[in-house]
Ligand binder design. Structure first.
Ligand code: GLV
Ligand code: MG
Length: 349
């Protein structure tokens, strides 16, 4: 147990006060880049205009012989590159790796004021968050930071999924969680070789036709990730932090990516990772609510100003609960419209 009152106090003398409300900003996509790649770094000011969050990745996909170059590349980017309003995050190496400690020491010292969120991979329980929480407080105090750096956990081991509620509630620094299907599949010993998305083998089949037992039988693919994403969304919503779907590895499969992102959006996720510029556009489309849904939600709110009672609108029953759903939709649309003039026009806001 942690004393809830202690949540309001820093974990090191001289560290900034914890944030008691997580900032909610447009977060439709976390676009990953490799900071050891100078060509990618040169494109960042342009990419920044198209994405809500840019994340310098230091962990998996960065080869061992480029780990230090990636860390130093991110320091240089954090110091020198103007990303406008776009948030800069990083994914550090896992806490049991030879690089995690230096990632944290060096990044907080050099660009701690620039990094909004540190994504911690392979979080297994609240103890991982407590470790990072205290270390960040010490580093923030040492380097005179005035704003706490937030922490985002990747849910990508069987133990992490088992402990996800405790992870979500482990610290006021917890900003959100991402669902990591590739590592999770390996940790669970699933028999897949993909990064996210569905699998045709995971399906149900209709009963045989008694009169024609050999006739083809309809099948329907099921969602391998539904259970875990559902638990993540509940844990995040219950603690007022933000859930994200993670990576979709088949870059050429725009339709599959869109379906995976949309399922996550409908279940309550606020965004997803993008691993390639073409996934930025998919995430933007999926995680910005449909103008027709927004128009309907506005109609319900206008028709029921106090949000009480039962009403029929366009033949559908509306009451206090549907009014709340409409509020969720319109608040998201309003937040996105403040950032994006095209969406403001599409939503009539
Ligand atoms: C992401 O890191 C994943 O393992 O899916
Ligand atoms: Mg992973």
């Amino acid at each position: 147990m942690r004393n809830p009152r202690e949540f309001a106090h820093p974990l090191a003398v001289g560290a900034p006060d914890p944030l008691l409300e997580i900032p909610v900003k447009p977060s439709r996509m976390i676009h990953f880049f490799d900071p050891s790649n100078p060509k990618m770094a040169a494109k960042l000011p342009d990419v920044a205009g198209a994405t809500d969050i840019l994340l310098g990745n230091l962990e998996d996909a960065v080869p061992v012989d480029r780990k230090v170059a990636a860390r130093e590349g991110l320091v240089k980017i954090g110091r020198e590159v103007d990303l406008g309003e776009t948030a800069l995050w990083t994914r550090v190496n896992s806490l049991d790796s030879p690089w995690a400690l230096d990632d944290l020491l060096r990044l907080v010292a050099e660009i701690g004021g620039r990094l909004e969120v540190i994504m911690v991979p392979k979080v297994e329980g609240p103890w991982d968050i407590h470790y990072v929480d205290r270390l960040l407080a010490q580093l923030e105090a040492k380097h005179g930071l005035s704003r706490p750096i937030l922490v985002h956990a990747i849910l990508e081991t069987a133990l992490g999924v088992t402990n996800l509620e405790e992870i979500a509630a482990a610290s006021p620094r917890m900003q959100g969680m991402s669902f990591g299907p590739a590592d999770l599949a390996a940790s669970r010993r699933m028999k897949t070789t993909r990064v996210g998305g569905g699998h045709p083998g995971y399906s149900v089949v209709a009963d045989p036709d008694d009169t024609d037992p050999d006739a083809p039988r309809p099948t329907a693919q099921q969602d391998l990730w539904h259970y875990s994403i559902g638990r993540m969304v509940d844990a995040c919503a219950a603690t007022d932090i933000l859930p994200f779907y993670g990576p979709f590895g088949d870059i050429g499969d725009a339709l599959g990516c869109e379906a995976q992102f949309r399922a996550a959006f409908l279940m309550g996720c606020v965004g997803a990772w993008s691993l390639h510029p073409r996934q930025i556009e998919i995430a933007k489309r999926v995680f910005s609510p449909d103008p027709e849904e927004v128009a309907f939600a506005k109609k319900v709110i206008d028709a029921i100003p106090d949000g009480r009672g039962v009403h029929m609108i366009d033949g559908k029953m509306q009451d206090d609960a549907t009014w709340k759903q409409c509020k969720v939709m319109v608040s998201l649309a309003e937040m996105l419209a403040r950032k994006d003039a095209d969406l403001a026009e599409a939503y009539g806001l």
